[in-house]
Write a protein that binds this ligand. Structure first.
Ligand code: NIG
Ligand code: FE
Length: 416
């Protein structure tokens, strides 16, 4: 049995009761903390915390590690509910094309974008993909992420989609970080199906899904519902087929155009609808009557230089929001959640408290982990990080681009 006791914590952040599952609207402005606190961990679980005035008397020093966090703050590890961490190659040539004036859509239309990644991934071995993704996972762990959702969607053929999902399964088994797998076979229409979209959708439904079910390869099902990608009707059909085998929908919608994807998500009880850079009043009103978690990806807006999702408007309408990175080689080559927080504060005008709620408890909800992750709660996973000495909570998003996270504990183990 391993035990860690952290003492003299300047501020213990996001202390919640076990029954809190998400924050919406005005609630998002409040962050519950304890100043001058201690936190106790046993094996992979948080077993207690409190005010330093009530610091527990230590009777058993066996296997006990004491960390003195004087001047430092302790947060629950970030939850990153939307990534595409398994990929074969980066795409800096498209980055340069965009600098020279091409748009993301123009690059996709000439065979770049998702199809470019698919071509590269189809030629990569499972081992290469595993090693590349493992490196990125180690990197995000050290920047404070304790749970991550990973999508397929750069395979776009039966073999390559299954290859991606098997890599994710292997990562689940070998990494400390909690991982959820999302099947995104409907990420783009593969080149060879350009004139036969129906054929590819049939392949997803009749051939990919049965194997995914048999080998337990996914938790979620996703579709890129967007002009020139998948229509709302196609999205609906694919989600319904996924739901039949027990997958929960989490979908890409409203990145460039509003075409009804949100309504399809709501109809199918999606756990989250992600992106939302382009929203109509109707979309916001429909979402506010649902339990679906709007998930915003500000580092994608930053990198592609496209509008930011209307975070403040969503919160003003009483909605919750979650924040995630979208880590992928095309639209967001970064898995840094602290940077996401800075962007959310600077460009979306979230307060630091709202951004922290969005990146912890609400993000845990967006990946079905609200009972075990996303807050400092007795019985939850010991996934936390300790900052360097900082003056206030706002210092975290304020001092952008600098890693202020000194130590990360995942599953009760110190990461290095
Ligand atoms: O979430 N928008 C769709 N899919 C990814 C980007 C994919 C890519 O460009 O490789 C996203 O941004
Ligand atoms: Fe994405």
């Amino acid at each position: 049995m391993s035990k860690i006791l952290i003492k003299n914590i300047k501020e213990l952040v996001q202390v919640l009761d076990a029954n809190v599952i998400k924050f919406s609207g005005d609630e998002m402005a409040n962050l519950s903390t304890i100043k001058s606190a201690w936190l106790a961990i046993e094996d992979d679980t948080i077993i207690g915390f409190g005010d330093m005035i009530d610091f527990p008397e230590i009777t058993d020093w066996n296997d006990l590690e004491i960390i003195d966090a004087s001047g430092k703050m302790v947060f629950p590890a970030w939850c990153d509910s939307h990534t595409h961490i398994v990929f074969a190659k980066t795409r800096e040539e498209e980055f340069v094309d965009r600098i020279k004036g091409l748009t993301y859509q123009e690059i996709a239309a000439k065979g770049g974008g998702i199809l470019n990644s698919a071509k590269k991934l189809q030629n990569a071995s499972e081992e290469e993909l595993y090693k590349g993704a493992l490196k990125r996972i180690k990197e995000i762990q050290l920047t404070g992420t304790g749970a991550v959702e990973i999508k397929s969607g750069y395979g776009l053929s039966l073999d390559a989609e299954l290859k991606m999902l098997r890599v994710i399964k292997r990562l689940k088994e070998s990494c400390e970080i909690t991982i959820k797998a999302n099947f995104l076979g409907a990420h783009a229409i593969p080149a060879e199906f350009k004139e036969n979209r129906r054929g590819y959708i049939d392949l997803i439904i009749n051939e990919m899904l049965p194997i995914i079910e048999k080998e337990h390869l996914a938790d979620f099902i996703d579709t890129f519902c967007e002009t020139n990608y998948y229509t709302p009707e196609e999205t609906n059909e694919i989600l319904e087929a996924g739901i039949k085998i027990g997958l929960i929908p989490k979908i890409h919608v409203n990145q460039f155009t509003s075409i009804g994807g949100i309504q399809v998500g709501i109809k199918n009880n999606a756990l989250s609808v992600d992106h939302l850079e382009v929203m109509t009043d109707q979309d916001i009103s429909d979402l506010s009557k649902s339990e679906v978690m709007p998930t915003l990806l500000p580092s994608c807006s930053f990198f592609l230089n496209i509008p930011y999702a209307p975070a403040k408007q969503l919160i003003e309408k009483g909605l919750p929001i979650a924040l995630a990175t979208d880590f992928n080689p095309g639209s967001t080559p970064s898995g840094n959640m602290s940077f996401v927080l800075s962007l959310a504060c600077i460009y979306m005008k979230l307060t630091p408290e709202q951004a922290i709620n969005a990146a912890t408890i609400n993000a845990a909800y967006a990946m079905g982990l609200e009972k075990t992750h996303g807050s400092i709660t007795v019985g939850k996973k010991a996934n936390i990080f300790i900052t360097e000495e900082i003056s206030s909570i706002a210092h975290l998003p304020y001092y952008f681009g600098h890693n202020q996270i000194e130590q990360v504990i995942i599953n009760g183990k110190l990461m290095s």
